[in-house]
Design a protein around this ligand. Structure first.
Ligand code: SAM
Length: 251
């Protein structure tokens, strides 16, 4: 009896929510994969990714493998919490079972898989256990690209230096970033608006910021006056763009 060729793991970027922003390659890979991964019990980017994928491709006839990942904060350079590592190992074990059976496994992820995606921890854990694992990353349209396009601003232009902040920073670090870089993308801002707006006010940058909530989805909201978002229950899909320079500065 011959052993089946090991399946391939695909980390698939499904874009930021608008189904039309899923690439043809993402659709094809998802259509062909008999197993999809869905993080269990998370009202966040990754389980939303499953919904985005399901709306475009449909889950019928395939296994949706629910895996638990921790919500605990991860800091690169610091050993992950033992509970976090245990869950990554468990998830890797379940995926390896499918791959060893010769099944391809797709992990739909919000936006692009290379940008703050849980999928990458899974890939790294698998690569540590099986260095020769077959894996492919299918890039997706990032939330910051969709948000910039939505408000008609460049993400970076000319000699702009662009910085991306996962918004888990303290005041000093954020102040230094906002005063150093020409364009700043702040992600996961939904629970940090009071802190961020206070800093923007202090730095005279409030008028240079725009908040985009649920870009490309129902109930999308754009706050050109970001003070209006303070005290509101914002959706997790909220991104702030701060530009210190305008494209018109060169004209
Ligand atoms: C874990 S990060 C994932 C980023 C994603 N991998 C990407 O490439 O854009 C989740 C953050 O992405 C942003 N985001 C995702 N979808 C969004 C949307 N439709 N509108 C606004 N922001 C969004 C929010 O800042 C959210 O907190």
């Amino acid at each position: 009896m011959t052993t089946p060729q090991q399946g391939r793991l695909y980390l698939v970027g499904v874009g930021p929510g608008d189904p039309e922003l899923m690439t043809c390659k993402a659709v094809r890979v998802l259509e062909n994969a008999p197993v999809w991964i869905a993080p269990k019990a998370r009202v966040n980017g990754s389980s939303s990714a499953l919904q985005i994928a399901a709306a475009q491709v449909g889950v019928e006839g395939r296994e949706v493998l629910e895996l638990r990942f921790s919500m605990k904060k991860i800091r690169l350079g610091q050993q992950a919490d033992p509970e976090v590592s245990r869950l990554w190992q468990e998830a890797a074990g379940a995926v390896l079972e499918r791959l060893d059976r010769g099944q391809d496994v797709a992990f739909p992820t919000l936006g692009d898989p290379t940008l703050y995606s849980t999928a990458f921890y899974l890939l790294t854990t698998l690569q540590q256990r099986r260095p020769r694992i077959r894996a492919t990353i299918v890039p997706g349209i990032t939330a910051m690209a969709a948000c910039s396009a939505r408000i008609g601003q460049p993400l970076g232009l000319g000699d702009d230096v662009v910085t991306i902040v996962p918004a888990a920073f303290d005041d000093d670090r954020l102040r230094s970033i906002l005063t150093t870089f020409d364009a700043v993308v702040l992600m996961k801002v939904h629970r940090r608006m009071a802190q961020i707006v206070r800093l923007l006010d202090e730095l005279g940058l409030t008028g240079s910021a725009v908040l985009i909530e649920r870009c490309g989805l129902d109930e999308q909201r754009i706050y050109t006056d970001v003070r209006q978002a303070v005290g509101r229950e914002l959706h997790y899909f909220s991104t702030m763009l701060v530009r210190r320079r305008s494209p018109e500065d060169v004209l």
